[in-house]
Write a protein that binds this ligand. Structure first.
Ligand code: NAI
Length: 253
């Protein structure tokens, strides 16, 4: 059995009460990391901590609204206080955003989507780098979307927020490139999580076509997305930074 890749390391995962974030927390824990499970959903967060413990790992839950700069700063500082270090910061929390044409898009939904998806990535990256750069090691992975590298009609706020997540990733990666810290983004296509269930409920016409729109003919799985996130944080990916990695079944090919 090889050494676990993340033994003696600490990973903070936002949006870890569900979907991609929960699976990422579980994979980190199975590979030896101590994990901070952060989310606004306390029940889901507690369930992730329970699943981590069941898998023999160590995790704590922290309630954190990633659109609040102060809460994200406290989350990261708290992780360093509690565990003594931070090695991986996974800025995954996100909302799907309302679907509506740009001309009719409500300002409030624009602001909310940008606050969570762009604000959360910016604050998470900023506060993680405050600790990682002086330590001379660490990995930030921002969970963007194929909507961060291509347009999707009817999703102006989501697209703008995910392009922002990619922009934060690229700028920050260049700033810290010589410090031993990497900053990357993953850009999944539709993945089998409650977020996609919501699309199927609220927009069945779109929901029914999702699998067919993806060249490989199926949705992504949370295991596939989490595995890529772990790779970007692992010892074999130290030469990769500023990457916006499509995990998309060929849709951007
Ligand atoms: P999900 O809905 O299962 O999980 C999202 C989690 O983020 C939830 O636990 C939710 O409580 C949390 N969250 C929402 N707002 C928050 C806030 N302000 N502060 C803290 N936590 C908050 O969705 P999923 O699919 O696991 O999404 C994870 C990330 O992956 C999101 O950023 C999403 O945009 C992205 N993504 C998802 C795709 C999909 O098809 N499922 C495709 C591409 C990207």
């Amino acid at each position: 059995m090889p050494d676990p890749r993340f033994e003696d390391t600490v990973a903070v995962v936002t949006g870890a009460a569900s979907g991609i974030g929960r699976e990422t927390a579980l994979q980190f824990a199975r590979e030896g990391a101590r994990v901070v499970v952060a989310d606004v959903n306390e029940g889901g967060g507690a369930e992730t901590v329970r699943l981590v413990a069941e898998a023999g790992g160590a995790a704590v839950f922290e309630r954190c609204d990633v659109s609040d700069a102060g809460e994200v700063a406290a989350l990261v500082d708290g992780a360093v206080e509690h565990w003594g270090r931070i090695d991986a910061m996974i800025n995954n929390a996100g909302v799907g955003g309302l679907r509506a044409p740009t001309a009719d898009y409500p300002d409030h939904d624009w602001e909310k989507t940008l606050a969570v998806n762009a604000g959360g990535v910016f604050y998470g990256t900023k506060h993680a780098l405050r600790h990682m750069v002086p330590a001379g090691r660490g990995s930030v992975v921002n969970v963007a979307s194929v909507a961060g590298i291509a347009g999707f009609a009817g999703s102006v706020a989501y697209c703008a927020s995910k392009h922002a997540a990619v922009g934060v990733t690229r700028a920050a990666a260049l700033e810290v490139a010589r410090t031993g810290v990497t900053v990357n983004a993953v850009c999944p296509v539709f993945t089998d999580t409650p977020m996609v269930d919501d699309i199927k409920t609220y927009d069945p016409k779109l929901g029914d076509t999702l699998e067919r729109r993806i060249p490989v003919g199926r949705l992504g799985t949370v295991a596939e997305i989490a595995a890529a996130i772990l790779y970007l944080c692992g010892p074999d990916a130290r030469f990769l930074t500023g990457l916006a990695l499509p995990l998309d079944g060929g849709i951007t090919a």
